[in-house]
Design a protein around this ligand. Structure first.
Ligand SMILES: Cc1ncc(C[n+]2csc(CCOP(=O)(O)OP(=O)(O)O)c2C)c(N)n1
Length: 339
């Protein structure tokens, strides 16, 4: 009897992904986690003023961003989207440089607040501070593509707390009416800073709202990058066909406090915080890759060592970059030459 191939149990080949693809997805998750952890150290060492983390969201971000076409599709991310931005083409050095507010930072030349990265060269719109505004940006991008007849799909992400903002309703309804090529990803980690889901979302489901806007809403395990890839790929195909938007609600965990200015021990049960580690997407995916025979202890250690070197170099390069020239402080604030 023929041996059953353990890799087939992973189900990635049915999704059109190769063994190399899934290992690369895992590598992106590890890199995002490593950048994130390094920036916490830099923040605690007083090198950067503020960090807002994506730890626990990596599988959802890598999985939902993976079907997007680099340099063709566009992304309007949010402050937790480190893994999405990396998957879309930003480097570890770009992210760290933005947090250091260096003069040649690709996001804004050091003008933006930390955690507000973006890169025009990678089709990533800058993170915008008022939560929910990114949804309008993505809908606007999709509207522009539709008017010009461009083959472009926009993706945007936000938390479940943000899903209650007025802009979300306006943006989604408009996109539903005009069947715009846009994918809405709600990364539901159950908390909006210190406010739990049941105090924010009356019906407890964000995905269910899509029905009212006339497009599909799906809930997916945000700890499983392949499940997230599958729904995002279907959403991307739907958008390309001209059938309109999809709302994906990825259930994730927030492994850290809201930001480096917050302490979740003040409002979260310590047992719950401890239990969160069971839902960390990185060991989850690593174990699945091992069970499928695609990852060994040696290969994992080698990959992690490679990433550590990359992060060390990224930090050193970013720190060595020049600070912005004070004489240019008004650039991009006021029209040049207008006195
Ligand atoms: C319009 C607006 N209101 C309030 C804030 C302050 N604020 C920043 S993040 C945040 C919580 C958002 O929670 P959620 O959307 O669930 O995303 P999460 O941070 O949990 O990923 C709030 C209230 C803001 N930035 N913008």
């Amino acid at each position: 009897m023929a041996e059953l191939d353990p890799a087939s149990a992973l189900g990635h080949r049915e999704l059109g992904l190769t063994d190399e693809d899934v290992l690369s997805m895992y590598g992106h998750m590890l890199l995002a986690r490593a950048v994130d952890e390094r920036m916490w150290l830099m923040q605690r060492a007083g090198k950067i003023p503020f960090i807002i983390s994506g730890q626990g969201h990596e599988a959802a971000q890598v999985g939902t961003t993976w079907p997007m076409r680099r340099n063709q599709d566009w992304m309007a991310p949010y402050y937790r989207s480190i893994a999405s931005a990396i998957t879309f083409g930003m480097s570890a050095e770009d992210i760290i440089t933005a947090h250091l507010a260096k003069g040649d930072d690709v996001s804004s030349g050091g003008r933006q607040m930390p955690g507000h990265y973006g890169a025009a060269r990678n089709n990533i719109v800058s993170v915008s501070s008022p939560v929910g505004t990114q949804v309008l940006h993505a809908v606007g991008l999709a509207m522009g593509a539709w008017v010009r007849g461009d083959d472009m799909v926009a993706i945007t992400s936000f938390g479940e707390g943000t899903s209650n903002q007025g802009e979300i309703h306006e943006g989604m309804n408009f996109a539903g009416v005009h069947k715009l090529p846009v994918i809405f990803v709600c990364e539901n980690n159950g908390w909006a800073i210190s406010v739990p889901l049941e105090r924010q979302v009356g019906g407890l489901s964000v995905a269910a709202r899509a029905e009212g806007y006339g497009f599909p809403g799906v809930t997916v395990d945000g700890g499983d990058p392949l499940a997230c890839y599958a729904v995002a790929r279907a959403a991307h195909q739907r958008a390309q066909r001209g059938d309109g938007p999809t709302l994906i609600e990825a259930r994730v965990v927030r492994l850290t406090s809201h930001s480096s200015d917050d302490d979740q021990r003040r409002y979260r049960d310590p047992a719950e915080v401890e239990e969160l580690k069971e839902h960390d997407p990185i060991p989850f995916f690593s174990n699945r890759l091992r069970a499928a025979g695609l990852l060994t202890d040696e290969a994992d250690a080698a990959l992690r060592a490679e990433i550590k070197t990359e992060i060390n170099e990224a930090q050193a390069q970013a720190e060595a970059r020049p600070d912005p020239d004070a004489a240019t402080a008004h650039r991009w604030v006021y029209a040049e030459g207008a006195d």
